[in-house]
Design a protein around this ligand. Structure first.
Ligand SMILES: *Cc1c(COP(=O)(O)O)cnc(C)c1O
Length: 237
């Protein structure tokens, strides 16, 4: 199999998993967007994926994502999702190529991204990243991404107040060592609270290669899938 055939087969298998999970949950597969996370893989793979009908791609490092987006500027209709931890000083760069940002977890970052999006003359879809660990009784870890408790509402409010940012909903990664079904159920509860204030924030970005079924069952609208489609990632450079 060449690389194109390999990606085609893995994509078909992943789409099959999503359809089965949607059916089991009584949902339509059309409600669910598959974001293929291409971090560490070359722009050429993204080009092959686009040829296979992929429209949504995810990246987690600004430098790599910006370079790939520039290299693939000729591909019309690709939607770039930034899913990684974001430093405030990278907001200007991300606002130039990203269409959605899934990792907003502090008010200062929201303000920087809102300003950057205005300067770039662009509108960005935004997800507030939630750290589910505290609500699941896990120890706090200062290095972990995501807002928790009342901070989630404060970050959502900040996004809603930015003219060039659109609050889409919440994002989370299931913490290690926790049943993903329980983790995503907690995310769905948090999302309900946010929707009381922001009814349009209906989307949920949850679920990766190992736990997309549990995420679909909990109402995920965006799945971020990397290794199940591209293979195991090469060691970090
Ligand atoms: C890498 C990454 C993914 C994809 O993970 P896989 O387990 O390879 O599917 C999803 N979300 C985020 C935030 C990531 O960094």
């Amino acid at each position: 199999m060449n690389r194109r055939e390999e990606l085609d087969a893995a994509l078909a298998a992943t789409r099959g998993r999503i359809e089965a999970a949607a059916r089991a949950a009584g949902r339509g597969p059309g409600e669910i967007t598959l974001v293929v996370v291409t971090k560490f893989f070359p722009a050429e793979d993204v080009r092959l994926l686009a040829g296979l009908g992929v429209r949504d791609v995810g990246e987690n490092r600004d430098q790599e994502a910006g370079a790939k987006a520039a290299e693939l500027a000729d591909l019309a209709g690709l939607h770039w999702h930034f899913v990684g931890q974001l430093q405030t000083n990278k907001a200007r760069s991300v606002a130039r190529y990203a269409d959605s940002v899934h990792s907003l977890d502090r008010v200062r970052l929201v303000r920087a991204l809102g300003t950057a999006a205005a300067q770039a003359g662009r509108e960005l879809g935004c997800f507030v990243q939630v750290d589910l660990a505290p609500a699941l009784g896990q120890d706090p870890d200062p290095g972990r991404a995501g807002a928790s408790g009342e901070e989630v509402l404060r970050v959502a409010e900040a996004v809603a107040g930015q003219e060039h940012l659109r609050l889409r909903g919440l994002m989370a990664v299931a913490p290690l060592g926790v049943d993903p079904a329980a983790a995503f159920a907690e995310l769905a509860r948090t999302a309900e609270r946010v929707r009381r204030e922001h009814p349009a924030a209906r989307e949920l970005s949850a679920g990766m290669s190992a736990d997309l079924e549990q995420a679909v069952a909990a109402g995920a609208t965006h799945l971020r899938v990397g290794s199940a489609i591209l293979g195991s990632r090469p060691p970090a450079r």
